[in-house]
Design a protein around this ligand. Structure first.
Ligand code: CA2
Length: 143
């Protein structure tokens, strides 16, 4: 079973600013965490991060026929990107949405998620654990 984990813009800056919202750990720490959890669940995982909407769309398209599940934290594109929503619809790969913070308690502009329209489940406010919960969900759902 192969899972693609996609992280959107600025998540490569984790640990550098706003530790009160996103924690003190870095993006490298997140990658290590995701790989270790994937091993526990016996799933193969690939991590991808980009600050560019089109690069994320390209990666989702390339996942067609190669991955069994997608875990995505689209970051700011959560709230704006019809293109990412359409790409996820096009490939029809089971998808989970993850947010480090609890977006439901934050600014009004974060209350809309395009990806939530296609995601089977959303984990928010759990920090890194949201990624593990999403991988476990996909593992149980697909196997
Ligand atoms: O809570 C999440 O995971 C978010 O997807 C994070 C996005 C935000 O736009 C979403 O509304 C919720 C922002 C990621 C930016 O990460 C930073 C990391 C370090 C310093 C500043 C921002």
């Amino acid at each position: 079973m192969r899972i693609l984990v996609i992280n959107g813009p600025n998540l490569n800056m984790l640990g550098i600013r706003e530790p009160d919202i996103y924690g003190k750990q870095t993006y490298a720490d997140l990658c290590d965490y995701v790989k270790a959890e994937a091993e526990k669940f016996d799933v193969e995982v690939e991590l991808f991060q980009s600050n560019h909407e089109g690069a994320i769309v390209d990666k989702i398209q390339e996942a067609y026929g190669k991955f069994d599940g997608i875990v995505i934290n689209p970051a700011a594109y959560t709230h704006t990107s019809v293109a990412i929503l359409d790409a996820l619809k096009a490939v029809a790969i089971p998808t989970c949405e993850v947010h480090l913070s609890d977006v439901s308690t934050r600014e009004d502009f974060r209350q809309r998620s395009f990806v939530a329209m296609i995601a089977e489940v959303t984990f928010m406010g759990l920090g890194f654990e949201g990624y593990a919960r999403a991988m476990k969900y996909l593992k149980d759902r697909i196997s």
